[in-house]
Design a protein around this ligand. Structure first.
Ligand SMILES: Nc1ncnc2c1ncn2[C@@H]1O[C@H](COP(=O)(O)OP(=O)(O)OP(=O)(O)O)[C@@H](O)[C@H]1O
Ligand SMILES: [Mg+2]
Length: 149
């Protein structure tokens, strides 16, 4: 029987990181499957913000922004190191805004073939089956989502 399905070619993998143990596990999966597939592995952290950009900068109101930015950079540095320890070169990306929306937008922009993320994250509140970011990405992503647990 012949299939009309296109062969699967995973060229770009997007790993969403938030610094949690679940996020580290997502990095482990990305590092395990990226190199054998010859895929580019992107690590993305979204600095959670109500507005996606600050229209102007001043030293006082920028302080919370800069602190969050620094947290994000540290999470990316740690995650990148973890991937590299597993023999996987990665490109790190930082973005700002609503985490789930930005993950979905970046997956679209970069024509990502699969998103890897944790079932839960830093908050770990067990009111939902999975965290709210995973829940939203699973619903609206333009590609398959691997949710690690
Ligand atoms: N700011 C973020 N940037 C990038 N990826 C994120 C971000 N927040 C969460 N993720 C990804 O989503 C996964 C699940 O986290 P999520 O935030 O959904 O759960 P939670 O923190 O336990 O609960 P919630 O945030 O809904 O209270 C994380 O393991 C990570 O892969
Ligand atoms: Mg969270």
């Amino acid at each position: 029987m012949t299939s009309e399905l296109e062969p699967v070619d995973i060229k770009t993998i997007l790993v969403a990181v938030d610094g949690s143990e679940y996020s580290d596990k997502a990095v482990q999966y990305g590092s395990a499957i990226g190199p054998p597939l010859g895929a580019e592995v992107l690590l993305l952290y979204v600095v959670p913000m109500l507005v996606s950009a600050t229209p102007y900068h001043d030293t006082v109101s920028d302080q919370p922004f800069l602190a969050l930015q620094k947290v994000g950079e540290d999470i990316l540095t740690r995650s990148k190191k973890l991937a590299e320890e597993n023999g996987c070169e990665v490109t790190d990306l930082i973005s700002h805004g609503d985490p789930a929306s930005r993950i979905i937008e970046i997956a679209e922009e970069r024509e990502v073939d699969i998103i890897i993320m944790g079932s839960r994250g830093v908050s770990g509140i067990k009111r939902l089956f999975v965290g709210s970011v995973s829940d939203k990405v699973m619903k609206d992503a333009p590609c398959p989502v691997l949710v690690v647990r």
